[in-house]
Design a protein around this ligand. Sequence first.
Ligand code: NAP
Length: 308
Amino acid sequence: MSILYRSDAARGAAWARYFAENAPDLDFRVWPDAGNLEDVEYLIAWQPPREFLAALPRLKVLFSSGAGIDHLDFAAVPPHVPIVRMVEPGIINGMVEYVSLAVLALHRDFFDYVEAKAARSWNPLEVPPASARTIGVMGMGVLGCAVLERLATYGFQLRGWNRSLRPIDGVESFAGAEQLQPFLAGCDVLVCLLPLTTATQGILNRDLLGMLPRGAALINVGRGPHLVDADLLEALDSGRLSRAILDVTDPEPLPADHPLWAHPRVFVTPHVASMTQPDTAAPILLENLRRHRRGEPLQGLIDRFRGY
Ligand code: NAP
């Protein structure tokens, strides 16, 4: 069985080490030492070029090396080749950490204290209990549910919005377009953890932001194109929104002259909320390879029609 890793070069060595130690019978290659492309059966990649995929006649499965798959050109992947996304504890833990940090920073007014410190101003603000804030998560998938579970431990009021209704103890669940407005109306902090699809592109727009309570904050950890930047800036300047924390932007990297950098109430991080960790991802991928060999269903299989 030949597997080729063609993704983040810095982490390629860790992947190769894991396979050498735990599956020495498998022919695991790291790009650019790809050997004969004609016998590659499994590809682990982020953005494989179209002509490169065409050079893999025996390809059986394409594994995305990251959680999302919106970067992939589905049309370039032969229809008989399943596409599998990365679902692994390292990505989940990273996202839970990041969103907890962002929510707590907003809840405890950390950004106000950063400004106060710069002005050498000793200005204690009210400290409401977590139970006085409602956090809403859009997208109750693997990551959204893990985030809600952790946020519950702090005592926040929680609500979630999803395509299909997903009841979770302690979370007020909403589903579909018709329940978007009632969902948003109660969110003090809105977290976007949706996949990027034709249905969700531009979803964080003027209409949606206008349904949030005045002074709400936004955390976007989904994808940059979920957000209409101009509508966010307008909502911040009008006071409709208090702050935004953006881990994803459009484009990435965000150009130095982009207005999001300059806005005092926008905090940007360079798409680091969570990343695939080879130590935890390689065992999951190996098990998935073995499932495929045994003819069992792959975990994390993408529905090309749905787009996630
Ligand atoms: P997932 O398990 O596939 O979950 C996606 C969820 O979104 C599902 O529950 C789905 O509902 C819901 N959904 C999809 N389209 C919708 C729509 N039009 N309206 C309402 N809900 C919709 O994905 P995940 O693993 O949680 O990851 C979510 C996203 O996080 C990824 O796609 C990626 O964009 C982003 N991400 C970002 C980073 C980062 O570092 N910033 C890292 C990893 C992932 P159904 O259950 O009804 O289908």
